[in-house]
Design a protein around this ligand. Structure first.
Ligand SMILES: *Cc1c(COP(=O)(O)O)cnc(C)c1O
Length: 229
C-alpha cells in the first residue's frame, strides 16, 4: 500500500515542521495528538510505531469513553509511555469509566462537570478547558464569555491541574475566520498563563493553528485516512 498510515503520518509530521518553520517556532513546540475515534487498535499502534521512529511523543485523543476503555489497555501494553486524553464530550454518567482509562480530560466545559470530576478524585487530574471560540452555537465547549469563571474555578480546585485550553475552532471555509478564532483562544490563554497548552488545529487547519500558537494539533483523517462509517 503506497498510502499507508506510516507514510501519511510522516507527511503530517513534515507539514507540522514546515508550519513551525513558517511561524518561527521550534518543531518540538508542537505535539501531534492522534485523533483515533473509530480506529482499530492495530491502526492506532501502526501510527504510534511511526511516532516512535520519528522520536516524537506518543499522544492519543479518544472521543468516546467506550472506545477508550476497549483499546487503552492493549495500547498501553505495547506503548507504556503513551498518554491518552479524552477529547470528546464527557457525559457525567461516564466520568468514573473515563477516569479509569484516560490520563487527562481535555473537554472540561462546565462547572457542573468540573465539580463532578473533582469530587471523584484523590490525586490531581490534568485537564483542559474546552472553549467554543466560534461565536455561533456549537454543541461542544464552554462559550467564550463563560470561559474565564470556569478557568478560575479549575485553578481553584486542588484535584484538577489545568494544563491548557482546547478548541475545535470554527468550521468555516474562510481561512481568516478560522485563524481569528484560534487567535481568540491564544489571547485567553495568555491572559491566564502563557505557558499553558493550546490544543487546536485538525487535519484541515493545522498550519493556521500552529501560526496562532497551538502546542498540540489533533489529527485523525490525514493520518488514518477517511473516517470509517
Ligand atoms: C475527529 C476529531 C479531530 C480530528 O479531526 P480530523 O479532521 O479527522 O483530523 C480532532 N479533534 C476532535 C475533537 C475530533 O473529534
Amino acid at each position: 500500500m503506497s498510502d499507508s498510515i506510516r507514510s501519511r503520518l510522516d507527511r503530517v509530521l513534515a507539514r507540522i515542521d514546515t508550519a513551525c518553520a513558517s511561524a518561527g517556532r521550534r518543531p518540538d513546540d508542537v505535539r501531534l495528538m492522534l485523533a483515533v475515534k473509530h480506529r482499530s487498535v492495530e491502526d492506532i499502534c501502526l501510527a504510534l510505531e511511526g511516532l516512535v521512529a520519528a522520536r516524537r511523543p506518543l499522544l492519543i485523543g479518544q472521543n468516546h469513553v467506550q472506545q477508550a476503555r476497549a483499546s487503552s489497555e492493549a495500547v498501553r501494553e505495547r506503548y507504556p509511555e503513551v498518554e491518552i486524553h479524552l477529547i470528546g464530550h464527557l457525559q457525567t454518567n461516564k466520568i468514573t469509566q473515563a477516569l479509569a482509562c484516560v490520563d487527562a480530560i481535555d473537554t472540561l466545559d462546565s462547572q457542573r462537570v468540573c465539580d463532578k470530576i473533582a469530587s471523584r478524585l484523590n490525586t490531581p487530574l490534568p485537564v483542559m478547558v474546552e472553549v467554543n471560540v466560534s461565536e455561533e452555537d456549537s454543541k461542544t465547549g464552554c462559550p467564550l464569555d463563560e470561559a474565564r469563571p470556569l478557568i478560575e474555578r479549575v485553578l481553584a480546585e486542588p484535584h484538577l491541574s489545568l494544563r491548557g485550553l482546547m478548541t475545535v475552532g470554527v468550521l468555516s471555509e474562510n481561512a481568516t475566520a478560522r485563524r481569528a478564532a484560534f487567535a481568540r483562544l491564544a489571547r485567553l490563554k495568555d491572559e491566564f498563563d502563557p505557558s499553558l497548552e493550546l490544543s487546536m488545529g485538525m487535519s484541515g487547519d493545522l498550519a493556521e493553528a500552529i501560526a496562532e500558537g497551538a502546542s498540540i494539533v489533533r489529527i485523525g483523517t490525514d493520518v488514518f485516512g477517511p473516517r470509517p462509517q
